[in-house]
Write a protein of this length. Structure first.
Length: 88
């Protein structure tokens, strides 16, 4: 969402793909993850920032921040859902 990936990867385009996937897989467990958490939040336009999922796990591959929280969230989601429908 930083806009550093080029014109085909705008924040609006990424959020549109997210929405399509949420609709297509509505019955599946879902965890939103925002990468590049090490970048200053002011680099993202405030209007775009307002569209982001508020419960998303923020991670940084550079610093490792948020990786433990992501692991815990994934474990929790997997423990709460019967995996058999997901394997079809």
């Amino acid at each position: 969402l930083s806009g550093l990936a080029g014109p085909k990867s705008t924040t609006a385009a990424q959020l549109a793909v997210r929405q399509e996937l949420r609709e297509r897989f509505s019955g599946r467990p879902w965890v939103d993850v925002l990468s590049k958490a090490d970048l200053p939040p002011e680099e993202l336009d405030p209007a775009q920032r307002a569209l982001l999922p508020t419960d998303a796990v923020r991670v940084s591959a550079t610093t490792g921040d948020g990786v433990a929280e992501l692991s815990a969230r994934l474990s929790s989601v997997l423990q709460q859902h019967d995996p058999s429908p997901l394997l079809r």
